[in-house]
Design a protein around this ligand. Structure first.
Ligand SMILES: C[S@@+](CC[C@H](N)C(=O)[O-])C[C@H]1O[C@@H](n2cnc3c(N)ncnc32)[C@H](O)[C@@H]1O
Length: 197
């Protein structure tokens, strides 16, 4: 489906023309590569945490010329399927909460998995794995956090306490005709946060 959608960016509504970019306006995360493009950054080393089979990593690689993409997920079947689909990505089977690496990245994303990973430990880990000029992208269904009385401000404050600065915050509506098997909060708002160090 190609049409215009409205994004709420930093509390201002703006129109995003999906047909201009030939993207599916029903699935919230198809827009994320374009939000990243607007930062005018170049990404060479990318880590996707909770990557599932690498579907977002694939979308991002269609937009950016990324040299090294690392997908990590705790689910063995998911990682094994991902390795077959995208053998050129680096695959890690593991739990991010106890995963340690010396590698650093200039872009780290957690999409539709942060509800299970929201902790100071994970935020500290993101900070230590992120390059000086890098960005962290978090996208999460609002229902996951509102049910627990956790607000956007609580999330931003937690990142800022660990040394991050909020670069932008966007709200994107995911329609029910999206691939609902992929995301948990269908027909609802998703918030994406972009943080820098
Ligand atoms: C709802 S899926 C989202 C997949 C993908 N990021 C997307 O947006 O389409 C959540 C993924 O996070 C993974 N996950 C959950 N806890 C994890 C952890 N502690 N470490 C790594 N991956 C985890 C799950 O196995 C699952 O593949």
């Amino acid at each position: 489906m190609n049409d215009s959608i409205f994004l709420e960016e930093n509390h201002r509504k703006r129109q995003f023309d999906c047909s201009e970019h030939n993207i599916d306006s029903s699935l919230s995360y198809t827009i994320l590569p374009f939000l990243l493009k607007e930062t005018r950054k170049v990404f060479t080393s990318f880590l996707d945490i909770g990557s599932q089979e690498g579907q977002f990593a694939k979308k991002l690689n269609d937009t950016f010329n990324i040299k090294r993409t690392t997908c990590m997920d705790i689910n063995e079947t998911t990682v094994s399927n991902g390795e077959k689909k995208y053998p050129h990505f680096n695959w890690v089977l593991g739990d991010v909460t106890n995963w340690n690496t010396d590698e650093t990245f200039d872009l780290i994303s957690i999409l539709n998995a942060f509800y299970a990973l929201y902790s100071i430990n994970v935020i500290k880990k993101l900070h230590s794995m992120l390059d000086k000029d890098g960005l962290v992208l978090i996208s999460t269904g609002d229902l996951n956090f509102s049910k627990r009385n956790i607000s956007d401000k609580d999330i931003v404050d937690s990142f800022e306490r660990e040394g991050f600065t909020l670069k932008s915050i966007n709200k994107i509506y995911e329609k029910s005709d999206a691939e609902s098997s992929v995301h948990l909060c269908v027909n609802s708002w998703y918030t994406s946060f972009i943080f820098k160090k």
